[in-house]
Design a protein around this ligand. Structure first.
Ligand code: ZN
Length: 180
């Protein structure tokens, strides 16, 4: 699948979700987005900020017995990075990715001791790693989600400014607006 196809798939899926009532918080807030995404999908998405162990990824999506998800994320980081980590995991969830199960002690198990027993009891035994395509899709979705609200839909583009320039400019202006 080409990156253009990945981009299209992410945009199509987001359009579908927005039709179903999902509104991306403006200004962007990944914590609020997780809550809204859960309501839109009809299952709970819990966020769990923890100190991720060395060697673990910054974020991890766990599947729960009630059909929901727990997104564990590195809490010792700045707001922009946190929003990015959570958005990436939400990308997996919104796109309906199923992880490939792995038998070896995986990152999820490393994280377990740091989650509350109440949450661990809800974790299904089918957590694993995502494939390369899924990672690309989740990352693309995260970028779209975080850039979405900085775009003004009906405003014509400035003459001489390419779409890419506008996207970069928007990303920079958001960086400076955001509390650290
Ligand atoms: Zn991922």
């Amino acid at each position: 699948m080409s990156s253009a196809e990945v981009l299209r798939r992410c945009h199509d899926r987001l359009a579908e979700l927005e039709k179903a009532g999902l509104q991306i918080p403006d200004p962007f807030d990944a914590v609020e987005l997780a809550d809204r995404a859960g309501r839109c999908l009809g299952h709970r998405i819990r966020l769990c900020g923890i100190d991720m162990p060395a060697g673990a990824p910054y974020g991890l999506t766990l599947f729960t017995t009630d059909g929901g998800h727990i997104v564990a994320y590195e809490r010792s980081t700045n707001r922009l990075h946190r929003d990015h980590i959570i958005s990436h995991e939400l990308g997996h969830i919104l796109l309906g990715h199923e992880p490939m199960p792995i038998d070896d002690p995986d990152a999820a198990k490393l994280v377990f001791p740091r989650l509350s027993p109440e949450l661990v009891s809800r974790v299904l035994n089918r957590n694993g790693t995502y494939g390369k395509l899924e990672e690309l899709e989740a990352e693309t979705m995260a970028t779209i989600l975080m850039e979405r609200v900085s775009q003004v839909p009906d405003e014509p583009e400035l003459p001489g400014q390419t779409v890419e320039d506008a996207a970069i400019a928007a990303r920079f202006s958001k960086l400076f607006e955001r509390p650290r």
